[in-house]
Each structure stands twice: as C-alpha cells, then as structure tokens.
Design a protein around this ligand. Structure first.
Ligand code: NAD
Length: 484
C-alpha cells in the first residue's frame, strides 16, 4: 500500500523537510514493504522547534483560555473526520488492525475535554496569616516537550499535548520512529485548525538526536514521556544534568491478574485474553502474568484461556476481519521471539503457540503463546515481553498470590477476580500497583482517574485533571494589608 501522506516536520507553523534533508525508511510490519520516507529531525530542527515554541509562549499564554479552546475544538472535529485515514496510516506503520482503532476518537475526546476543563485551573486564597491576604497562582511553565511511543500514538499525543497547551504552555512533540505517520498527519491538521505558529510543533525521528536534544534542552521546562524504562532513565538523567526540567514518566509493566476459584470464570477468561491479545500484546498494562487458584477451577480456566487465545484471526491489519496484527517491526518481533525461546528452557511448560508462525502476508506475526508453571525467578517472569505471550502460574493462598504479584520491579496495573468483597479489598490494598482492577482487568480505566506506575513503572500520574498539574507551576503570593 502506498501511504497517502508525505510526512514532514511541523516547526513554527510550517511543514518542512529535515534541515539536512535526512530521512529514514518506514516499513509495513505486515508485509515488510517500504511505506514512506520520514524526516529525521536533526539537532538543528529540535533546537528550531524549541525556539519557535519559546517565541510563541508569551502570546499563547496571554490568550483567554476559551480562545485556546477554540483551536482544540476544530482539531477534535478534524481528528474525528479523518479517523479512517488515521487508522490506515497506523495499520501500515505499526500493524494495528483497523478494527481495533479507536485512537482518533479518543484523541478528539481529549482535546474536547480540555477545551472545557480550563476553568478547573484555580489557585487558592486565604486569610490564615494575620496581617496578610495570601493566594496561589497556577501558571504555565513555558516550553513543554512530549516524547511518545508507537503502540497507541495519538492517545499519547493528545493526553500530553492537550493539557499542556490548554494551561498556556507551548509544545514540541516527538513521535516514535516506529509509528510516525499519524503524528505527521496531525501536524497537517494542526495547521488546518489554525493554531498560531510555534504553539504546537511536531517532530519525527529517533531518540538520537532529536529526543535527546529535547531532554537536555535548557529551554524545555517540562517533559512528559511514555515509553520503556531504559529510555525513561536516560531522559531523567539528561534532565538532571541540564536544567532539572520536571519529568513525568509512564513506563513499562508486567501486570498480574489474580484469579480465585469463586470468580466468574467465563468473564475472567474473556477479559484476561483480551488484555494480553489486544494490539498483539503491545500494551504497557497488559496482564502478562496470570495467577490462578490451584485446583479444578485452574485447570478449566487454563483450558478455556488457551482455546480463546489461540482463536485469533491474523492477517493484513487493513482487513476489517483481522484482530491480530504483526509486532510493530523486526526489532520487536525478534525481541519477543527471543523471550519465547528463553521461556522454553526456563523450567515451565509451553502449552499454546510459541513454535510456528501465523504469517500469511510476509510479516512479523507472533502466535498467541502460553507458558504454565514457570519458576518465579525466571527472567521471563520478571521482564516485559511486550507481545502476545502470557505466563500462567497457580497459587494456594491469598498471601502467596499477593507475594508473587508484587515480586517484580514493575507496578502499573494489577487485577483480582473474586466474588469475596473482603478479599478483593484486602488484595487491592496490598498490591504494589498504580491501578487495580477488581473483577475487571486492563485496559479498563477511568479517564478522570490518575494513571501511572508504582516502583519502576514510572513517576507521576496522568489523567484528565491530574495531567494539568504536570504542566503548571504554583506560585504563592503574600500581600500585606494594613489593619487587617
Ligand atoms: P522506547 O523507550 O524505545 O521509545 C519511546 C520514545 O522514546 C520514542 O519516541 C523514542 O524515539 C524515544 N527515545 C528513544 N531513545 C531516546 C533518548 N535517548 N532520548 C530521548 N528519547 C528517546 O519505547 P517504545 O518501544 O516506543 O514503547 C514501548 C514501551 O513503552 C514499553 O516498555 C511499554 O510498556 C511502554 N509504554 C508505557 C505506557 C504507560 O502509560 N505506562 C504506555 C505505552 C507504552
């Protein structure tokens, strides 16, 4: 398929090539065919984008927020109107089946939400200090950078840029080199929506150079990142070594689902399969470890899980009947396959998938794969595989289940299925996780709830009103008043 756009960088309101004309080739992971040449933003381009954002900041931050909101509403309408096209661009760059595409409507929903949410940005006033009136002001920080991954690109683009922009900041976003096409299309829509030049800049390229330039830039005051723990640590280091910019990190996961024998097993099977199969397992909060209460119920659960997980329809992600696409690229494919090979010698049993291939189109397809009874100490039990691969173990007691669930550096999402409300609440409290689902699992989330990780799964929280805090300074003002 020939992609319908010629991707460009959006810098200071203009769509441009990279300053040194460098591009990188993007391949369709379902067919390995080249789909586009994408501009590789240079150090100079990243600096130019930050300079444009800095220059645009005074006028943008001085606007009435309802005027800023007007641009948001136009962009939201454009995103919805182009949803099918955006779905096709994502399918051909990172392999997401078009029938799983919800990102354009979700992104539009985020821009719509923040177009109405600005009155929630409020300070406080008090008379608690005798002789003074005191108040706090919430003010934008200046230039904000956003660096996003490839698995759900427009969701992250919108959930970072919309709150930053409505609060009066200006933005430089860098898309992922694995899925740059939808962000490049949004760059065109940003112009169509009429955003003033320099307010909303969009770069494509690899972590090096442009991502690193943003991370250590002295004029970037806040940086919101979603991606791997490895990159998150590098960004945190670059922030510390430059201007100590405020960094929000949404990182990886190894999310456990605990399933007790009294649970609604049909529902548990359906939802836990969906969690690890959706987007071919390339989801930070996917339940990649499952612990089932030992006994007959566990045997029935494992058999039903395997049947359902193996019944995917793999193929061309542009085919609306397909619900299982390829991994995002060759690097991801090889990484998942290496973990599968390691799983085979880790001491557990491979019960589903893991051997052949589902490939019908010449792409990077991985079979839904299940390992059972793998020793807790194995690397495949501890590290994020980021593919359609699940480890199912059993437990005898509640304490044992919680201890195993918590025995990882990650803590993004955890879930428990049981009809016993006391047990559910005990476990919800004990799990070291930023999100807990009771009788549900990921991707079930509430848009107005804070999302983020315990431990090495991240730092800070995102979520409708919570995200505004990531992009606002708080200033205390103290006013001396005579005879008060
Ligand atoms: P990644 O860390 O490889 O890349 C993420 C982004 O960082 C890309 O835009 C990349 O170009 C950029 N980058 C790479 N090196 C950089 C550097 N040195 N400096 C600055 N930027 C750099 O991650 P990925 O493979 O794109 O995404 C998968 C990871 O993201 C998984 O670990 C997944 O769990 C995580 N993730 C987390 C969440 C969440 O909300 N917690 C959501 C989705 C994905």
């Amino acid at each position: 398929m020939v992609v319908s756009i010629a991707p460009k960088l959006l810098i200071n309101g203009e769509l441009v090539e990279a300053s040194d004309k460098k591009t990188f080739a993007l391949y369709n992971p379902a067919t390995r065919e080249k789909v586009a040449d994408v501009p590789e933003a240079s150090e100079q381009d990243a600096n130019a984008a930050v300079a444009a954002a800095k220059a645009a900041f005074p006028a943008w931050s001085a606007l009435d927020p309802s005027v800023r909101a007007g641009y948001f509403k136009k962009l939201a309408d454009l995103l919805r109107a182009h949803s099918s096209e955006l779905a096709e661009l994502e399918a051909s760059s990172m392999g997401r089946p078009i029938n799983q595409y919800f990102d354009a409507f979700a992104a539009a929903g985020n821009f719509d939400h923040y177009a109405e949410a600005w009155p929630q940005i409020q300070g406080q006033a008090s008379l608690n200090t005798p002789g003074y009136v005191t108040m706090t002001l919430r003010q934008p920080m200046g230039v904000v950078a956003a660096i996003i991954p490839w698995n759900v690109p427009l969701l992250f683009l919108s959930s970072k840029c919309a709150p930053a922009l409505i609060a009066g900041n200006t933005v430089v976003l860098k898309s992922s080199e694995k899925a740059p096409l939808t962000s490049a299309r949004v760059a065109q829509l940003v112009i169509e929506a009429g955003f003033p030049p320099g307010v909303f800049n969009i770069l494509s390229g690899h972590g090096l150079p442009s991502g690193a330039v943003l991370s250590r830039h002295m004029d970037v005051r806040a940086l919101s990142f979603t991606g791997s723990g490895r990159t998150g640590r590098l960004i945190q280091e670059m922030a510390a070594q430059s201007n100590l910019k405020k960094v929000t990190l949404e990182l990886g996961g190894k999310s456990p689902a605990l399933i007790f024998a009294d649970a609604d097993m049909d529902k548990a099977v359906e939802e836990t399969v969906n969690s690890i199969q959706w987007n071919s397992g390339q989801v930070c909060m996917a339940n990649s470890r499952i612990y089932v209460e030992r006994g007959e119920a566990a045997d029935a659960y494992k058999a039903a899980f395997a049947r359902k997980f193996a019944s995917v329809t793999a193929g061309d992600p542009l085919d609306s009947k397909v619900n299982h696409g390829p991994q995002a690229d060759e690097v991801q494919y090889k990484s998942v396959m290496a973990y599968i090979e390691e799983g085979k010698t880790a001491g557990g049993t491979l019960t589903t998938g893991g051997n052949g291939t589902l490939d019908k189109t010449g792409g990077y397809f991985v079979e839904p794969t299940v390992f059972v009874d793998t020793p807790e100490t194995a690397r495949v039990m501890k590290e994020e595989i980021f593919g359609p691969v699940v480890m199912i173990n059993t437990f005898a007691t509640e304490d044992e289940a919680v201890a195993a669930a918590n025995d990882t550096e990650y803590g993004l999402y955890a879930s428990v299925y049981t009809k016993d409300i006391d047990r559910a609440m005990r476990i919800a409290k004990a799990l070291e996780s930023g999100y807990v689902g009771v009788n549900c699992t990921s991707p079930a989330t509430g848009r107005d709830l804070p999302f983020g990780g315990y431990k090495s799964s991240g730092q800070g929280r995102e979520g409708w009103l919570h995200s505004l805090d990531n992009f606002l300074e708080t200033k205390s003002v103290i006013i001396k008043v005579a005879n008060l």
